[in-house]
Write a protein that binds this ligand. Structure first.
Ligand code: FE
Length: 216
């Protein structure tokens, strides 16, 4: 097994950023073309991975973790204390959640997750990272002006709410535990999970809506 050198990884990230096209879609296209030409990947297996992360894993797994935490106080305590171990109880543990911290929104705290260096993301439970999560504008402004960024996502944060910004790395990723909406006391876990948006688990959404689906 090779040694993991964080500084070397950061240097490679930096070099890649300088050489690759700026637009993430063009980067992916360029990488896929080279890897396919070299016979290192089969485009069909890439499509299968995308489908798995887009439709089967994310963000449904994250939503079910949140719903379990809302419904089960003991699970929530375990989740806050040791997120990977608690998520493993649901069978969702993957490489991107091996080192994960859950940060809880309250009436006085709002949490926002970013990766300023690149795009580290708990894809084992949230699936594919949204395109905006990877662009420089979000990565830099989420730290400098989190309230401005949130406003652009339609999230108004009053001044009496503290905004905490969490910078992800390959060693530690974050999941926001949003607040359970009022009026959902009789909802079961599936109904609760249906209310949880991907963005609420990144922090670019805050007040979850009680939808007709959740009321079923
Ligand atoms: Fe990253």
């Amino acid at each position: 097994m090779t040694n993991y050198d964080a500084q070397e990884v950061a240097r490679i990230h930096q070099e890649l950023r300088e050489r690759l096209p700026r637009d993430p879609a063009s980067r992916v296209e360029a990488l896929e073309k080279i890897l396919t030409e070299k016979g290192l990947v089969d485009p069909q297996s890439i499509d299968a991975w995308v489908e798995a992360y887009q439709d089967h894993i994310g963000p449904k797994r994250g939503a079910s973790v949140v719903a379990r935490a809302w419904s089960d106080v003991g699970f929530k305590q375990r989740l806050m204390a040791d997120a990977p171990a608690a998520i493993d109880e649901l069978g969702y543990l993957g490489r991107a959640t091996g080192h994960l911290k859950v940060v809880e929104n309250t009436t006085t705290v709002h949490n926002l997750v970013v990766c300023t260096l690149c795009s580290c993301y708990p894809f084992s439970i949230l699936g594919m990272a949204p395109a905006w999560y990877k662009v420089a504008a979000y990565r830099s402004r989420a730290v400098r002006d989190p309230r401005g960024v949130l406003e652009e996502f339609g999230v108004e944060i009053s001044n009496d709410i503290e905004v905490r910004v969490w910078d992800s790395t390959a060693e530690l990723r974050y999941l926001v535990l949003p607040q359970r909406p009022d009026g959902t006391e009789h909802f079961d876990e599936d109904a609760l999970a249906s209310l949880v948006t991907r963005n609420s688990m990144i922090g670019t959404d805050r007040d979850l809506k009680v939808t007709a689906l959740g009321e079923d």
